[in-house]
Design a protein around this ligand. Sequence first.
Ligand code: HEC
Length: 182
Amino acid sequence: MRSFFTVIFFIIISTFCSAQNVKAIDLPALTSTSNLELKNLMEWLIDPAADAIWDSVSTIIDRNGTTNISPKNDAEWETLRQQAAVLTEAGNLLMMSDRVRPGKIWPLAAKKLKTSGLLALQATMNKDPDLLFKAGEEIYKSCAGCHHAYANFEKSTSSIPQGSNSVLHLSRQSQPFQFASH
Ligand code: HEC
């Protein structure tokens, strides 16, 4: 619950790190059958991993001043590396044939999750908070783009259902991402 007396601004720090050194990957649908329902894949695997990345780098300005949050030690970087790996592979899991939904956006969004997960992975290997922040933005585009096209909750007032604790989710919900189609 947000305090009435504390106003927290999240400053979006633009970085100009290029994603070009992360190789684009084509994702043909995989044929094996999935085990988790999509809802649970989102809730148990993808959402916690994304939250860990989003929560890891931010700048908070409140009445106590400015606080920069970024991973503090090797153990924290390692945890984030694991979450980045989860997101990268989740791109593949979304392309299992019985999960894929019709339309062009699905594979694009899944691929975006994979490439942005790889970017986050690279950031954690290099212990680069700016790149990790940038990767977080790219990861968000994957979520928002797919939800906008396929999930009903995107059309309601909140883009992410109650229960998600990511503040960045909330602050960015008004910017649905559109994939450019090639
Ligand atoms: C390729 C498409 C796709 C991508 C990418 C995607 N999602 Fe989803 N997500 C969905 C769909 C579709 C639903 C609605 C679930 C359903 O229809 O059962 C959903 C539902 C959810 C839910 C709600 C689960 C529930 O309890 O019902 C959360 C939370 C969620 N996604 C988080 C994320 C986050 C965070 C990301 C990005 C890191 C992400 N999703 C990326 C397609 C996607």
